[in-house]
Design a protein around this ligand. Structure first.
Ligand code: SAH
Length: 377
């Protein structure tokens, strides 16, 4: 994952689901399987509330303890009246994912969290503690990825399945609990882990609703970022529904033939198509452009000119990213001095540019290094 170099409500869906509560409490008795109901399933939590005659304000405290204050399960249950605690504890499943491993970097503040899904897949999230002190979390949206970008380790492992809304959200809930004893809170959440979020649109949208909603995680849209290989239609739907959430495009080249070689999706979704989507998205504010620099591939003079020309009329913030190597990939990153020169040239041309550095490289937690090492049962 990345850090920064020195130089430089729509709440209808959740509301609707949450307060519906039309099923009878009696029916609930037959539906509930102990420990099988997710804490994110608001219809079911509402059912539980009614069944136990819990006052709505106590549920509010329960949710605050769970999502905002990142407390442990026992403390969360203590926010409920005593007579309701047992039913809540046996009915609700506190965690959708199981923490299967944790690796802390010895060179920077990154921690890789390895989670196991109930069907035995491993996914990864990365906690980033850059020197600026702001803690970010990079989360996964899929097990593997179907995009097969040539520079990305996740892309080489193929696609297994999309993550559910609960699996996406649980990465945030659990990471918040993990950093809490350090006196930290997760300040930003970025969809830059495994997978292509815009190919898991419905679950992405539902998780963003939860992440933004005041009764839940209460993140301002500006603290959330979704990064995509560039899928025009989905980008447009995203911008329409979440105008306040940050969008990042992994551009990596403004030359169609070069981009196609790096990113197979580029054949279908051309630079021309993406230009339109970028213009559309930038009406909501600056779009982030990710530009990974690969030696002899996209770092030459022609690449610079194509990039300058392509982005000239769009309000963007360009991030120049170093390449994170991984076993089996023979691409090489552009040296830092050249990356800096490229970034300076973009600045001179009038662009907002940030030269990024990598965090978590020693624990294979940097961008593009997340892979499923083995399947566990
Ligand atoms: N699928 C989404 C999000 C996941 S990748 C996307 O493509 O944007 C998050 C970022 O890491 C992307 O900008 C991606 O291009 C970049 N990335 C992938 N592999 C990398 C590598 N080996 N080194 C550096 N960045 C990489």
């Amino acid at each position: 994952m990345e850090g920064i170099d020195q130089d430089h409500q729509k709440n209808d869906q959740i509301g609707g689901r949450f307060f519906r509560g039309k099923r009878s409490a009696f029916a609930g008795l037959f539906f509930y399987k102990p420990g099988m109901v997710s804490i994110y399933d608001m219809d079911e939590v509402e059912e539980l509330r009614r069944r136990n005659a819990v006052q709505p304000h106590r549920i509010k405290l329960f949710r605050t303890a769970l999502f905002k204050n990142a407390l442990g399960w026992d403390e969360v249950l203590e926010t409920l009246p005593e007579n309701a605690r047992h039913d809540f504890s046996v009915t609700l499943e506190f965690e959708s994912l199981e923490l299967a491993g944790r690796h802390d970097s010895e060179i920077d503040g990154a921690s890789k969290l390895v989670f196991k899904t109930t069907d035995g897949h491993l996914i990864e999230s990365v906690v980033l503690r850059p020197a600026t002190g702001r803690t970010s979390l990079c989360i996964s949206s899929q097990v593997g990825c179907a995009c097969s970008c040539g520079f990305c380790a996740t892309g080489q492992m193929g696609f297994t399945r999309s993550l559910t809304r609960d699996e996406i959200l649980d990465q945030v809930t659990q990471a918040s609990r993990i950093v809490k004893p350090e006196g930290r809170t997760i300040r930003n959440v970025v969809f830059m882990g495994m997978g292509e979020p815009l190919l898991n649109l419905e679950n992405l949208f539902q998780s963003l609703e939860f992440l933004r909603a005041a009764p839940f995680f209460n993140y301002a849209g500006s603290r959330l970022m979704v990064s995509t290989v560039g899928i025009p239609q989905a980008m447009e739907r995203f911008s329409e529904r979440f105008p306040d959430v940050q969008l990042a495009l992994s551009l990596h080249s403004a030359r169609q033939e070069v981009r196609e070689k790096l990113m197979p999706q580029a054949r279908k979704y051309t630079l021309d198509m993406l230009h339109e989507s970028l213009l559309e998205a930038s009406r909501n504010g600056k779009v982030m452009i990710e530009y990974l620099m690969l030696a002899g591939v996209n770092d030459g003079d022609a690449d610079f000119r194509a990039l300058e020309n392509y982005l000239r009329d769009i309000p963007v913030h360009i991030n120049i990213i170093p390449f994170n190597e991984y076993a089996g990939c023979n691409l090489r990153g552009t040296p830092k001095s050249e990356r800096k020169a490229f970034a300076d040239r973009l600045k001179t041309a009038g662009f907002d540019v940030t030269l990024r550095y990598s965090l978590g490289a020693d624990i294979a937690a940097a961008c593009g290094q997340l892979v499923q090492h083995r399947k566990m049962r």
